[in-house]
Design a protein. Structure first.
Lengths: 420, 330
């Protein structure tokens, strides 16, 4: 019995320890908590909120905003954390990053939102569109805005969440780059022609996951074909169909095939620094691939070796949907939550996300030194907090949706925004 | 609690506790979670007992609980089935596809029930027939289904499909979820505790050789257990699909692990045997779901919930699974 009592005492102590640990974890000092949920902005929110108060009569509404993220690490994630830390503090909200289903499964996304839902949640920034309709049906008072997602289930033909497009609490989205695959294809064709590549192969993420890439592939081929009609030196696209990368790097055997051994360029409709670059480097090292084979692709990796390579080495074109595009989501959500929506905002839409086009060593260096994309340094934003305030109706009664759209379509968020 | 404990006045409380400490401890995780969230959430201005959160809890628990109840029949024999997630995925996909084609969910459900029999035969019968470890056929089934699912969604050109014309809102009703769960538990308890199926399953898990030498048909009862489990998986798939009226290529991913965690949290020995209980599935599933729903309510950031869940899991396993010899119970 004595032994049993000892055991029971040990269990009680372990439970007490776990209890203390859990409640301690629950304090508001977590890294994802920019500010405590407040009913009044301007409380404990620093200098920025003092300004907000002055311009805002101090009657703004607080609450928590959820970021339904599709990443949990890397430059984009780090940027979002730093960016939301800054803006949420300024605007008087708290925020929490929640993790959607890795494959954008509607049920997984809905569960993520439901589990994180507390009584103070007022808005959702969604980086993936699975289950958006169900989320909005479940929480009809919630304001939802997309980020780095074309929200194809909302705006696509026969989309599962098409009803959201008409819902006044759905505030639109900025795609992760061009929403229209044709424009992506055109862009790549222009680069191939401009850089003078003659023998090109295409790799892409699966079309069922990234339907815009299948469109981009067709558009690229059509544009090259059109170019060949008048060009003295024709461009050859190897393989009738692109090589599909099923969420894993290019297979090593790719370069065993003769037609892939003397390529000028591989176009990667994917994160090519991860999925193509290592295999190509290996193949060049083994003498299997042409040492002058270059890559044009998307995404941005933080690894210094990869960064140094861009523009000077293998990756000759890197197209990065600017992380600062999230500004649109922040503005739209804040205006809606404060009940001060733009007077000229009539219906939600999908906007193209601005690309940072890194096509030379100079541009890569400028991005490294002058932008927050690799280091999440908020002092290097293309649109600073001070400049950004003018787009919020809480600060500027004359702010308009047209101005915001103009900003999103301008060069502010392209590589030109980081030129010194 | 199937191992019904009747405490009479003649039996001193301490002896009762000593005798049933493992059983009591198996409920420790759930009781701890209920107490923790009941006490702490009001401090944070929330309530785990609000209608909304109870609904969330129910929708979180339903699929795992329905699957786990079925899986008890498999685990009781000391077997593992790691194809469950992919089975759920294929069932949900078929229900949506046939639902959109025929305008009714019935053909899809019937087809899934038939398919579940096929999987039960493959998973349950191939072991005794070909003298192979029971997990091997389930690995094969998982991989085949994984390939089929990839091909289906590649052909469809999308990662998820949605019911177009069928109103699936009924499957979101917490009341319906509760009723279905209770019915399944009642049927499963009856089969597990009061028929030869459950009793032999436990005996097979405890000592297969002795069971066979006592005249228990390994093939027959293993097949029956897998068939019962298969039916439970189809019921779970209906609710999984009905949650958002959709299915995707990632539906069911990790479900087999959720089942395993739930059963262990509920005090079920992973090696099966006489300590296997249906209640372990229910207790474990609710504990698992309570953590998902409750931890954010006490202010824990989402990324911390994984660690907190792991710690609680560890504590519960230490309490429920430790034996004098230091080994996990058989």
């Amino acid at each position: 019995m004595k032994k049993l009592m000892k055991k029971m005492a040990a269990v009680v102590m372990v439970l007490a320890m776990a209890f203390c640990m859990l409640t301690a974890c629950g304090t508001e000092t977590g890294s994802n908590k920019a500010a405590a949920p407040q009913k009044e902005s301007g409380e404990n929110a620093g200098e920025g909120n003092e300004n907000a108060k002055k311009e805002n009569d101090g009657d703004s509404r607080g609450g928590k905003i959820l970021l339904l993220s599709n990443v949990s690490s890397g430059p984009l994630y780090d940027f979002h954390i730093a960016y939301l830390d800054m803006w949420m503090k300024e605007l008087g909200y708290s925020y929490e990053v929640i993790y959607g289903d890795g494959a954008n499964d509607p049920a997984g996304n809905l569960t993520a939102v439901k589990n994180a839902m507390t009584s103070d949640v007022v808005g959702l920034i969604a980086m993936q569109d699975g289950g958006i309709g169900d989320i909005m049906a479940e929480y009809p008072e919630l304001y939802v805005v997309g980020e780095a997602s074309d929200m194809v289930s909302v705006y696509g033909a026969d989309g599962a969440s098409a009803a959201c497009a008409e819902n006044e609490r759905f505030l639109g989205t900025v795609a992760g780059g061009y929403a229209d695959g044709n424009k992506i294809g055109e862009k790549m064709a222009e680069q191939i022609i401009e850089k003078g590549y003659r023998k090109v192969a295409i790799c892409m993420s699966p079309a069922f996951a990234y339907p815009q890439y299948a469109i981009a592939d067709k558009a690229l081929r059509a544009n090259i074909e059109k170019h060949n009609e008048t060009a003295a030196e024709k461009i050859e696209i190897i393989d009738d169909e692109p090589t599909v990368l099923m969420f894993k790097p290019l297979d090593d055997t790719y370069f065993n095939e003769k037609q892939h051994q003397d390529l000028d360029c591989i176009v990667g409709f994917c994160s090519g620094q991860t999925f193509i670059y290592p295999v190509l480097i290996n193949a060049i090292g083994n003498g299997q691939a042409n040492e002058n084979t270059k890559i044009l692709t998307f995404g941005l990796e933080k690894d210094q070796g990869l960064v140094d390579d861009v523009g000077t080495g293998i990756v000759q074109g890197l197209y990065v949907p600017n992380f600062e595009n999230i500004f649109y989501a922040v503005v739209m959500l804040d205006n809606a939550i404060q009940g001060r929506q733009f007077a000229d905002f009539e219906k939600s839409e999908v906007l193209d996300g601005a690309y940072v086009n890194i096509t030379s060593d100079e541009i890569m260096t400028a991005i490294e030194e002058n932008s927050p994309l690799l280091n999440a340094d908020m002092s290097k934003l293309a649109l600073s907090l001070e400049d950004g305030r003018q787009y919020f109706t809480r600060y500027n009664e004359n702010a308009s949706y047209a101005q915001l759209v103009e900003l999103m379509n301008s060069d502010t968020f392209t590589e030109k925004g980081y030129e010194k | 609690m199937e191992e019904t404990v009747k405490m009479t006045a003649a039996v001193p409380a301490r002896e009762w506790l000593k005798k049933n400490v493992t059983t009591v401890a198996s409920y420790g995780g759930l009781i701890f979670c209920v107490l923790l969230f009941t006490i702490v959430t009001p401090i944070k201005g929330e309530s785990i007992w609000s209608a909304e959160k109870l609904g969330t809890l129910m929708s979180n628990v339903i699929v795992t609980a329905l699957m786990s109840v079925g899986a008890v029949f498999i685990y009781a024999m000391g077997n593992l089935d790691i194809s469950i997630g992919k089975q759920i995925s294929i069932y949900a996909t078929l229900m949506v596809l046939l639902g959109n084609t025929t305008g009714s969910l019935v053909p899809g459900i019937v087809l899934c029930l038939l398919l579940s029999l096929v999987f039960a035969i493959i998973n349950g019968a191939s072991g005794p027939l070909f003298n192979i470890i029971p997990i091997i056929p389930s690995v094969v089934v998982m991989q085949v289904l994984s390939g089929i699912i990839t091909i289906v969604y590649a052909v469809l050109g999308t990662r998820s499909i949605t019911l177009r014309t069928i109103d699936y809102s009924v499957f979101k009703s917490p009341l319906l979820m509760l009723v279905v769960l209770l019915v399944e538990i009642a049927v499963a308890m009856f089969l597990f505790n009061y028929t030869r199926i459950g009793k032999y399953a436990k005996i097979l898990g405890a000592n297969k050789t002795a069971a066979i030498q006592s005249g228990v048909s390994l093939l027959k009862f293993r097949l029956l257990c897998y068939m019962i489990a298969g039916i439970c998986f189809v019921v779970a798939a209906i609710f999984q699909m009905g949650y958002t009226g959709s299915a995707s290529d990632s539906t069911g991913t990790g479900f087999e692990m959720n089942i395993m965690v739930s059963l262990i949290l509920g005090g079920m020995p992973i090696s099966g045997g006489m300590r296997s209980r249906i209640s372990a599935a229910v207790v474990g599933s609710f504990t698992f779901a309570l953590l998902d729903v409750g931890l954010p309510l006490i202010g824990l950031p989402t990324r911390m919930t994984f660690i907190a869940k792991a710690v609680i899991f560890l504590i519960v396993v230490l309490i429920t699974s430790r034996k004098k010899g230091g080994a996990l119970p058989r």
